[in-house]
Write a protein that binds this ligand. Sequence first.
Ligand code: KIV
Ligand code: NA
Length: 270
Amino acid sequence: RKPVSLPRLAHMRAQGEKIAMLTAYDATFAAVADAAGVDCILVGDSLGMVCQGRHSTVGVSLEDMVYHTASVARGLHRSQGTTWLVADMPYGSYAESAEQAMRNACLLMQAGAHMVKLEGGGWTARTVEFLVARGVPVCAHLGLTPQTVYALGGYRVQGRDEAAAQLLRQQSLELQSAGATMLVLEMVPEQLASRITQELAHCHTIGIGAGNGTAGQVLVLHDMLGMNLGKMPKFVHNFMADAGSIQGAMQAYVQAVKAGTFPDNRVHAW
Ligand code: KIV
Ligand code: NA
């Protein structure tokens, strides 16, 4: 397989091929995900929950993210992986200024990331523009943004009423204009996620709990393997249940995303 790159992702989008993303936090899982044909690995700050046992992502540090990103990057390097590697910028590592964001994004890129992800809309556009102008590819993240869970009032569906939906569409367009080439849409109604996807030609939407109309899908690795310390989110499917191995479960996920059978919009949409 050719290495996944920004042109390759744009080509997939143009061909109508869905992008399959999974999280991974260590070398071995990263190598297995790569072998399973996953297009993108996200070193998510969800590691705060699945690796560190926290209740939110707020406690995850930049040092934690650098450590796990470097581990995943080494796993991909050892297995001559071709997967696109996205790393989350953690809480407090980019809100202060565009300069602070750039400084911290560099540490993730030097750890082996190909792209950094940051949460939020509006004020983030200037930061995204600052990073992209300096050669750092950026993935944005709107809808349920777990780093601001306390401001949002809980882990719940976003963009439900007309005003909130309008704002999400506007922020998505601003982020694309700022140069974001990927956008995670988390827990937003399927119709809204589909509409945003159609409105963004150069920025590929990756949905989680956002229905079937996005350019790609992402799941937390442990969730899709049926391992979860808390409550399993409704939009998750356990791909391990019918698979003989972890690589098999990941392959089934990739296949289901590409075939458009996951998510099943009768079951997983709001
Ligand atoms: O941290 C994470 O795993 C994420 C995905 C759920 C999109 O941000
Ligand atoms: Na995250």
